[in-house]
Design a protein around this ligand. Sequence first.
Ligand code: AP5
Length: 219
Amino acid sequence: MRVVLLGAPGAGKGTHAKYLQERYGFAQISTGDILRAAVREQSPLGQKASAYMSKGKLVPDDVMLDLIRERLTEADCRAGFVLDGFPRTSVQAEGLRRLTEALGQPLDRVVLISVPRSLIIERLSGRRQCRRCGSLYHVRFRPPRAAGVCDRCGGELYQRDDDREETIAARLDVYERETAPLIQCYRRQGLLAEVDGAGSVEAVRGRVVDALGLGDDRS
Ligand code: AP5
């Protein structure tokens, strides 16, 4: 199955995309995670991206389309993929349509996870991520067993630079301006399913799984 998870920063795209990878074997493609790894490694991609990311701005479309073109042709994507954080502009959406068409792998579903702004700020300001394996936590809603340590791999948990309040506001504005218009495009194409992103991680996960028509034991 080929899926896009759409939603504002902090809506839960990464949380549910990781679950879909673990439970169903779809390749999780988080453009944010790919870019953050590139920034850490100070690769040419990371050097291009870091100034945009630290201000909450979008990395240019041509850079993102090159990255996705390369990633979607990797072998693990043949079993299906979940895009988390891409596309974010109409240029990216059109590029993705052409690319998936050329690969003979058109999108099956776009799931929009809707969350009110007040909840987003609370989620992002409490988010922690593992430096080693990328697992996601929240200091209040999903705390690790030991503070600052990943349950899964023992790696160090850190707070993302762009989860500061002023950068969060900039990211939300960019989402409204650049990404929200894609909702209507995907609705017109008959691909969109909207789920309520408020409630516990497990409750929202159930709605996402239902929206994709996947059976799930909810364990
Ligand atoms: P990216 O990493 O994609 O960030 P984002 O879209 O802003 O999304 P987030 O990762 O912040 O949130 P999420 O929806 O994944 O929520 P999560 O599951 O973590 O992008 C970062 C930057 O990279 C961009 O600003 C841009 O500069 C650049 N970039 C990336 N892609 C790009 C592109 N295509 N084009 C151009 N530039 C690009 O959940 C958040 C928190 O809430 C976690 O702590 C989680 O544990 C908690 N949580 C989740 N669900 C629940 C729940 N139901 N109840 C309680 N807590 C919950």
